[in-house]
Design a protein around this ligand. Structure first.
Ligand SMILES: NC(=O)C1=CN([C@@H]2O[C@H](COP(=O)(O)OP(=O)(O)OC[C@H]3O[C@@H](n4cnc5c(N)ncnc54)[C@H](O)[C@@H]3O)[C@@H](O)[C@H]2O)[C@H](O)CC1
Ligand SMILES: [K+]
Length: 517
């Protein structure tokens, strides 16, 4: 699913209005019907008190129009206009008049107003600011946000939590509404997926408000959200007459005394992701454990007992995953340097190999084009330097990816893969996966996918998706706390099978229920 900027959303509105021959007011009415259906389906006419806080722009207009539908269905509503500016939008005014025609006069809240009482069991609809926010809200509005927060009522935000910008991190975390749920129009917003701004909404959901499909298809975006639908076309089917030689040969280089398990996990994931063959290149101390515990892998040993000291082999791998469990011994730094001087194979670079690159920056110039780098936040910082906030991090990461022509995988709760100025935001995975060894699996999976013929970008995006999906499948049996990398590895096969699973046929709210009933 594409993630549009605020500017693109305004363009999408215009394109839809023109193409469908409708007015902006009609578009807003469609939005209000969708919002109403969502709420009505869930609360089913219950007499719960609903407080609707509406701004004076189109986000407020959505809230006012929703109020009318709730009123017409007998809901217990209280409507407030948060009167932060005199510049009211036309569609807000049209809907305010319609509400007044029905004898509802909202309470206008100003700086000096006494704030309304909100019960813990009430519902708050937040339609104060939408994507039009262009400066921090005034102090008195921030006080209102705080008042809503203190109430502990359920907060439903319309389009985006009020106070949250679409393209920057707010200076004051109290100047943003804390939403329990956000109903975002047509497309999710980038800020839902970044660590510093994603915290403002517990859940989000997209409402289809009928934006012109042609516009959605033809508009290029800087970011894309990656789920099953995006990954299915990327999948390369197995051919009937293929054999192990057709599926590539992944080589995993790494390990050091006490950290051979990392290579074991990465090699296993490489094979489970579909590589025809896998070879592990480890210090001598890794030979027995790998041969004993992982018979499918071939093993080549370094001349050194405990560290990687020379990376030389007489096999012809398709791709090399390097760095897991490797450590930063002087001999390993030299080995990596020598290896990069002669290597022509595609690389997936992780862990200590990344740290070595960060500390010996001249080596970065030697990595092959389209190498995949998979840093966790600390490794990323060593590579790109510190950042002011999440947006600055993305800018610096994009610049790095461009400079070194590499696919940069920024690992996190929503892992973002960057290449060629574009970001791919992952939707799978869970907090149980924050445990030792899961990163090694990802390195192995991306290596295994490249071995089979996926291009490095697709391998990275698909690998991240499958890795998270395997974690989601595994966690159902183990719970977050007991989830291990080995359990995730054992679910990689199920993650592939799940790609083709038909979703359960659940009735959608809008099919059963409409506002016009
Ligand atoms: N395609 C869609 O997604 C549609 C979205 N809709 C809704 O429209 C809003 C955006 O509406 P807009 O009028 O442009 O902006 P806001 O309501 O967010 O803001 C109102 C207005 O306030 C001014 N302003 C901005 N910041 C401040 C501030 N700190 N203090 C005071 N005033 C401020 C600014 O001039 C804004 O214009 C979108 O989120 C959806 O809810 C449409 O309903 C239909 C299609
Ligand atoms: K809002």
């Amino acid at each position: 699913m594409k993630i549009f900027s605020a500017k693109q959303i305004y363009e999408a509105d215009k394109a839809t209005i023109k193409k469908n021959g409708i007015s902006s007011d009609e578009l807003m009415e469609g939005v209000a019907v969708q919002l109403f259906n969502w709420l009505h389906y869930r609360i089913q006419g219950a007499p719960v008190k609903i407080h609707l806080f509406c701004g004076i722009g189109n986000n407020g207009g959505d809230g006012i129009a929703l109020s009318r539908h709730l009123l017409e269905h007998g809901y217990n509503i209280e409507v407030y206009v948060v009167n932060y500016s005199k510049k009211r939008s036309d569609d807000f005014l049209v809907n305010l008049d319609r509400l007044k025609d029905r004898k509802v006069w909202p309470e206008f809240l100003e700086e000096s107003s006494v704030l309304p009482e909100i019960g813990r069991d009430d519902i708050v609809v937040d339609a104060i600011f939408g994507i039009g926010l262009n400066r921090a809200p005034d102090t008195w509005v921030v006080k209102l946000f705080d008042h809503i927060r203190q109430s502990e009522a359920f907060v439903l935000s319309v389009d985006i939590p009020s106070g949250l910008f679409t393209d920057k991190v707010p200076h004051d975390e109290n100047a943003v509404i804390r939403a329990n749920h956000t109903l975002s129009f047509q497309v999710p917003k980038l800020v839902f997926f970044l660590p510093e701004t994603g915290v403002f909404t517990e859940q989000w959901e997209v409402l289809d408000i009928g934006i012109d499909p042609e516009f959605l298809t033809n508009t290029e975006t800087d970011y894309e959200l990656i789920g099953k639908n995006e990954m299915l076309p990327v999948y390369i089917p197995r051919e009937k007459f293929s054999h192990k030689g057709s599926h590539g040969h992944g080589l995993i280089v790494g390990g050091s005394y006490g950290k051979v398990g990392a290579v074991h996990l990465a090699s296993k994931a490489c094979l489970y992701a579909g590589s025809g063959l896998v070879t592990a290149y480890v210090p001598k101390c890794g030979y027995v454990p790998l041969q004993t515990n992982f018979p499918e892998a071939m093993v080549i040993t370094d001349v050194d007992e405990e560290v990687i000291s020379k990376i030389e082999f007489d096999i012809d791998p398709t791709v090399i995953g390097i760095g897991v469990g490797m450590g930063k011994d002087k001999r390993s730094v030299q080995a990596l340097d020598d290896f990069l001087n002669s290597n022509k194979k595609p690389l997936v670079i992780d862990a200590d190999a990344l740290n070595i690159l960060a500390e010996n920056r001249h080596l970065l110039d030697k990595i092959p084009a389209q190498s995949v780098l998979t840093p966790h936040p600390k490794e990323l910082e060593r590579l790109i330097g510190t950042w002011k906030d999440d947006f600055d991090k993305l800018d610096k990461a994009k610049a790095f990816s461009k400079k070194y022509d590499c696919v940069l995988v920024i690992k996190g709760s929503h892992t973002i893969t960057l290449y060629d100025e574009k970001g791919y935001i992952n939707t799978t995975g869970n907090p149980g996966m924050g445990t030792g060894g899961t990163g090694d699996l990802l390195t192995g999976m991306v290596t295994g996918l490249i071995a089979q013929g996926y291009n490095p970008l697709n391998a990275a995006v698909f690998g991240v998706y499958l890795h998270g999906r395997a974690g989601d499948i595994a966690v159902e049996k183990t719970g977050y706390q007991a989830l291990t990398a080995s359990a995730v590895a054992e679910s990689i096969g199920a993650a592939f099978i799940d790609l083709f699973a038909v979703p359960e046929n659940r009735p959608r709210p809008n099919e059963n229920d409409t506002a016009q009933e």
